[in-house]
Write a protein that binds this ligand. Sequence first.
Ligand SMILES: C[S@@+](CC[C@H](N)C(=O)[O-])C[C@H]1O[C@@H](n2cnc3c(N)ncnc32)[C@H](O)[C@@H]1O
Length: 215
Amino acid sequence: MNPNPKAQRTDSQKAENDEILRKILCAIGDVPRSVYSPSDDTFLILDALAKTPVEGKKVLDVGTGSGILGLFCAARGAHVTATDVNELCLQTVQKAARALGLSIRAISSDLFSNVRERFNVIIFNPPYLPSLTVEDRSVDGGPDGMALSKRFLRNLADHLERDGTALLLVSSLNDSASLFSAEIPQFQYEVTTKRSLFFEELQVLNVRFRDDLAR
Ligand SMILES: C[S@@+](CC[C@H](N)C(=O)[O-])C[C@H]1O[C@@H](n2cnc3c(N)ncnc32)[C@H](O)[C@@H]1O
């Protein structure tokens, strides 16, 4: 047993989150072929979410895929809206939410197009693979891999509470430094979690309004 009370709390929180995740993965089960299965990028965002207070907060899970990120937040007491352009993703998240006794609002929306309100936490694991054409909307991110991320950041200010946080996944396959200087002068960001894989490094960025703009 760990004699340090803070470490004990961290251990028990981790065990609780692992149990929540196990139940969510069971409820999601096998997903249809066109629905993105939870992968390394998904699990890296989950690591970042585990450190983010969401209880009682309004959370928007953009491009929900299997719904795992939104379900994780809902299980921790958040009010979750999940969006996707793939109707099968919306059905998958709603089915899993019912099985878990959770409530999630699932909306068909091209990024924020059908979303009106502001949120405390916004999550986006975008399709980021550089691709000449977009054949698979789960993974293809256009020629520089950042088409969706750029559009997300351009519209983020209209949907994030002034003291809110957005978690955005970026890859070393993309030139994410240029993304930030060009797209979001009103935001600051920091790397909250990262992982090196065989052919890329993934990072989750914590994006917030600049201190002088946040109220
Ligand atoms: C990399 S997957 C991430 C899925 C899930 N959030 C996860 O982390 O496992 C990207 C998701 O974005 C969705 N997507 C693609 N283009 C979109 C758009 N314009 N608006 C909303 N969602 C979109 C895809 O259908 C897919 O479910």
